[in-house]
Design a binder for this molecule. Structure first.
Ligand SMILES: Cc1cc2nc3c(=O)[nH]c(=O)nc-3n(C[C@H](O)[C@H](O)[C@H](O)COP(=O)(O)OP(=O)(O)OC[C@H]3O[C@@H](n4cnc5c(N)ncnc54)[C@H](O)[C@@H]3O)c2cc1C
Length: 390
């Protein structure tokens, strides 16, 4: 039996679930060598980036914990793919190396969108940035204790978060709660903590029903987050956040959480891309005109052929695609009919501060909401399933 070498590029949510699914489906039918290439020695739990913003919780899981055996790990960054030779070139600590594959799964994800990298603040885009944010607001509160000017004190006790998607909502909730706790612990008035959330839309989370946006807004209000709707931030300069309406918010810290774009490296790989930089795949995640290549997760444009609906860049969508991918690859190898993509049930989960959450499930005729502790409990289960944490 010929051994199949399958290389998975990227160990985010799509990559790790793809490996499990390929092992389960293809590994039972064929002799399989499976290789994961990722620049990091660990999986990053990206959806939990707001956790190290408010505490010491780690969000990196070493590969050995996720894949104790059966997966070769290469720490490196893929720089190109040659479709004719079926080779991958990657950079590691030693320089450039080449790898031959039979099949490859491109799951290199996304990075933070920013109109202009010179517009101040910091993006919530990596564990390092999250740790910087944690240190910064803690330092600011300590300086606020000794600030003599009331304006300076107010500024040091203010954080502005720009972008009110899930990440902005969860981060502002966690920060408002934790900054107040810390303020109280060190002798500042917690009521003077200001957390602003800048939302470019008319209400929160317009992807869902009005009631969902209202529930989110109520919870943020309880936590003391001030949401500014229909407003865009232009830039942060010297601790002043400038809004398009002319308003200025003096802020000790400004955090950008303004959405995702497909990994920019893809534009150098000579593969078919959409105008917004995602990989063109067919209904079964095969990269168009590239034999033996598949792509899933944030970096791929994936469409339900029955409805024409595109999947969003979310962790849930990435993991569901990955679980289907193993069955697709098995069918391709056995020359059987392949499963095709199907839009998953619409569900969203939000962590809203310590031990509080909100889950929305959109069933055909009814919307289900679960909030409070049960909402958080479900949220936590989804976080753990997504990162294969037992
Ligand atoms: C702050 C934040 C909060 C979010 N919150 C939510 C949420 O609450 N719910 C939700 O559903 N979604 C959320 N998302 C979106 C979610 O994180 C993504 O949809 C999800 O991570 C997509 O998974 P992925 O595997 O496609 O990509 P990623 O998780 O981006 O993983 C890509 C992997 O590819 C690797 N890689 C990159 N370049 C190379 C290369 N050249 N060679 C080799 N490997 C490479 C990276 O190291 C990484 O491991 C959030 C995103 C952010 C940034």
């Amino acid at each position: 039996m010929n051994k199949i070498t399958c290389v998975v590029i990227g160990g985010g949510y799509a990559g790790i679930h793809a490996i499990k699914s390929i092992q389960k489906n293809v590994g039972r039918k064929k002799s399989l060598r499976i290789i994961l290439i990722d620049p990091n020695p660990y999986h990053i739990r990206k959806v939990l980036l707001f956790k190290p913003v408010v505490g010491k919780e780690g969000i990196k899981i070493p590969w050995k914990r996720i894949f104790p055996s059966g997966v070769e790990i290469i720490q490196g960054s893929v720089t190109s793919i040659n479709k004719e030779e079926k080779t991958i070139i990657f950079q590691n600590g030693k320089g450039e190396e080449k790898l031959i594959f039979n099949t490859v799964v491109i799951a290199v994800g996304s990075s933070f969108h920013r109109d202009n990298s010179n517009n101040g603040g910091i993006t919530l885009s990596s564990p390092d940035n999250a740790e910087y944010i944690y240190k910064k607001w803690n330092e600011n509160l300590k300086h606020a204790l000794n600030a003599t000017s009331p304006d300076e004190k107010e500024k040091l006790m203010t954080v502005t978060i720009i972008g009110a998607g899930i990440s902005g909502i969860e981060t502002s909730a966690a920060l408002a709660e934790q900054m107040k706790n810390t303020a109280e612990d060190i002798g500042l008035n917690p009521k003077k903590i200001n957390v602003f959330l800048i939302n470019s839309k008319k209400s929160l989370f317009m992807e869902g029903p009005t009631k969902l946006g209202e529930k989110l807004e109520d919870r943020l209000f309880q936590l003391g987050v001030k949401v500014l709707h229909d407003t865009r931030a232009k830039q942060e300069i010297d601790g002043i956040v400038e809004l398009d309406c002319g308003q200025q918010i003096p802020s000790g810290l400004c955090i950008w959480t303004t959405g995702l774009v497909p990994n920019p490296i893809l534009s150098t790989w000579n593969i078919p891309l959409t105008t917004d930089g995602r990989i063109f795949v067919d209904n079964s995640y095969r990269v168009v005109e590239m034999e033996g290549m598949y792509s899933i997760g944030d970096c791929a444009r994936i469409v339900d052929p029955r409805t024409g609906k595109e999947d969003q860049m979310t962790c849930k969508e990435a993991t569901i695609q990955a679980r289907r991918l193993g069955r697709i690859m098995k069918a391709d190898i056995l020359y059987k009919r392949t499963p095709v993509h199907k839009t998953p049930l619409t569900t969203y989960c939000f962590g809203l501060g310590e031990k509080q959450g909100l889950v929305w499930v959109n069933l055909p005729k009814v919307n289900i909401y679960l909030s409070g502790k049960i909402g958080y409990w479900i949220r936590k289960i989804t976080w753990d399933i997504a990162s294969l944490v037992k």
